[in-house]
Design a protein around this ligand. Sequence first.
Ligand code: ADP
Ligand code: MG
Length: 249
Amino acid sequence: MGAPDHRPPLVRIRGLDKHYGPTQVLHSVDLDVFAGEVVAIVGPSGSGKSTLCRCINRLDSTTAGSIVVDGAPLPEEGSELRRLRAEVGMVFQSFNLFAHLTVVQNLMLAPVKVRGIRLEEARERAYGLLERVGLADKAYAYPRHLSGGQQQRVAIARALAMEPKLLLFDEPTSALDPEMVREVLGVMTQLALDGMTMIVVTHEMGFARQVADRVVFMDGGRILRTAPPEEFFTAPGHPRAEAFLATLP
Ligand code: ADP
Ligand code: MG
């Protein structure tokens, strides 16, 4: 968990607009994320948090503005796009594991297919990552035989298998029962301590408070507030942020 320094940010977003048809869902979003930082994005449903993540990972196109990841503007298509996807990992609410592959195969697929890593090396790395998320004993299980929390930890390990520079999490614990939320947040906290750069869309305010370096509050497709967590949670600084925090349990 590093503080911003004078190096250029790993992610620099400027004046980002996004429309779906006639509807504008992102309005002039500016955001810098520095290497080693954990940025929590919070805000009400429909505020554009997922759309922003999808734009950063180029799962969605943008209407205007720029997104620069590690010095390179986001590519539109082709091999550059594959390179970007390899550098920016994404973990979704719904796990999205390949159901017909075992856990270890889930982790090996992209490194072998996209990065061209040899099978044996990919397997070794997959075992190491499963160790790291506490699932070494599940290497040959199929996703359907795992709990939701275990599936999400596999999804995190799968993202890590590509050695991304940045990990995006879009509400990774929203589909989980409370005890599983804890195990997934535990893995994410350890990643943060290990220095991984992370953008985390979350409703887990405890996590945002304890692990994030900065909290970004979005509403209506705009970033209305960016602040260190202790500041954001004690003085939200915007009436909409205050109203949002008041709705939380
Ligand atoms: P959040 O993740 O904060 O809940 P989203 O990014 O999912 O918000 O959605 C932001 C806005 O964009 C919402 O009004 C939503 O209805 C709209 N939206 C999201 N995806 C699409 C889509 N594929 N087509 C049209 N509108 C969309
Ligand atoms: Mg969302």
